[in-house]
Ligand binder design. Structure first.
Ligand code: NAI
Ligand code: MG
Length: 398
């Protein structure tokens, strides 16, 4: 078989160092691939008016697999201010290239595993009975619908007449919002389709079945958001009954789930949610296992085989210009392991995960976040590992 080509999408800020170090780890683990770099991020918005140039989409179309670092996003007006002067008259509006990628390729399945590493000083602990301290072992995989819902981008301020008129046909809109001037109304929609909802539910159930999780929890709010959350839960009931009778179906409301997060996180297995609640609940669980330095994710379209694998963190601009990068590369390395699973390089993925686990358990090499330091340029002098040293330690274990 010919060597695989991976599209490396460093993006902005710390995206670059974590991706560079991760590629070193992949090479050391024996993953044979060529990497082509795809342009994405802030500089392409400023210089070209497009943070996700067409050429990058073509690269992904061709090679199918992307490893993505992080991008910088800014609010609409700030983005406009930084646009190169000759582009300012072109009516360009900034929108997040990562959301653009998801929608362009229909990367509708987002997977975010959160599992506890033994020996991670950032693990969540809580009081048990008497004076005991408990460290629950979290092993949760969140399946987040990645293209629809509240992040679907269908929104207006001062909506067009037809939209307003249509909304006025809804008795609750008329009663609760009908007296506000149209020009003072902003609307963000939450649209779920049956097709996409079924796809994320089935992905969640299939994963639970394949890896032996006993439950799938739908984490929405069907008692209040009756149409969208209600549809997801109802479909989950049907799918469970017809095809996954051995897996328990649980139902939690997003608000209560966040409250319970610290009470019994070890009880959950696979969690499935719409776009926004999936985003929220996955950050919540990530906080229990070490935070952004550990939160990895995969997003893919099972039909086209296109997948983009990325840490959940952003570009952390305040650390972007450090001569020696200090951030934790584990989230990016773990995301690369999800890529390896996706392309059936499971043995290499397992090898890397084992090496990461050993480094963390041993506790000799820890980035600043793991050392509970405040991030600053002198953390390495004070004993924290740099991004590169952390990668070196993983490579040494390989
Ligand atoms: P962020 O994730 O970039 O950073 C928040 C804080 O988390 C950092 O200041 C740092 O203390 C810590 N952190 C992040 N990654 C870490 C790592 N690997 N190791 C150790 N500590 C780490 O989020 P923030 O500051 O809200 O956003 C910065 C920029 O990133 C914004 O422009 C935002 O829009 C963008 N962003 C991009 C994302 C993406 O590319 N998928 C996701 C989230 C934010
Ligand atoms: Mg998020």
């Amino acid at each position: 078989m010919s060597k695989r080509t991976i599209v490396a999408l460093p993006g902005d800020g710390i995206g670059k160092p974590v991706l560079d170090e991760t590629i070193r780890v992949l090479n050391a683990a024996g993953f044979e691939a060529d990497y082509v770099e795809g342009d994405i991020g802030w500089e392409f918005w400023c210089d070209e008016g497009n943070p996700l140039p067409e050429r990058t989409l073509k690269l992904l179309e061709e090679h199918k697999i992307g490893l993505f670092g992080a991008i910088t996003s800014k609010p609409k007006d700030e983005a406009f201010d930084e646009l190169s002067p000759e582009l300012k008259t072109k009516g360009l509006v900034y929108s997040s290239p990562i959301v653009g990628l998801r929608q362009h390729f229909g990367l509708d399945i987002c997977m975010r595993p959160c599992h506890t590493y033994q020996g991670n000083p950032l693990n969540f602990i809580r009081r048990g009975v008497g004076d005991t301290v408990e460290e629950p072992m979290v092993d949760v995989v969140i399946f987040r619908q990645n293209t629809e819902g509240l992040y679907g981008g269908v929104e207006w301020s001062d909506p067009p007449e037809q939209v307003y008129d249509a909304l006025m046909t809804h008795p609750k809109f008329k009663k609760n919002f009908g007296s506000a001037p149209k020009s003072e109304i902003s609307i963000s929609t939450r649209i779920f389709t049956k097709n996409a909802t079924e796809r994320i539910l089935r992905a969640a159930f299939n994963h639970a079945k394949k890896y032996g999780y006993k439950s799938v929890t739908v984490c929405e709010k069907p008692n209040v958001i009756r149409e969208t959350s209600g549809m997801m839960y109802k479909m989950a009931q049907q799918i469970q009954k017809a095809d996954f009778p051995d897996i328990q179906l649980w139902n939690t409301n997003i608000d209560a789930q966040m409250m319970w997060l610290t009470k019994n996180p070890e009880d959950y297995g696979v969690i499935v949610a719409g776009n926004m609640f999936g985003d929220i609940v996955s950050d919540g669980f990530a906080g229990l296992i070490g935070g952004l330095g550990f939160a990895c994710s995969a997003q893919f379209n099972p039909d086209s085989g296109i997948g983009v694998f990325e840490p959940t963190h952003g570009s952390a601009p305040k650390y972007a210009d450090y001569e020696t990068s200090i951030v934790n590369p584990v989230a990016m390395v773990e995301s690369a392991c999800m890529m390896l699973d996706f392309i059936n390089e499971n043995d290499i993925a397992a090898k890397i995960r084992k090496a990461v686990a050993e480094v963390i358990e041993e506790g000799k090499v820890r980035t600043y976040d793991m050392s509970k330091m405040r991030g600053s340029a002198d953390v390495v002098e004070n004993g924290a590992a740099s991004t590169k040293e952390m990668a070196d330690a993983i490579i040494a274990k390989l």
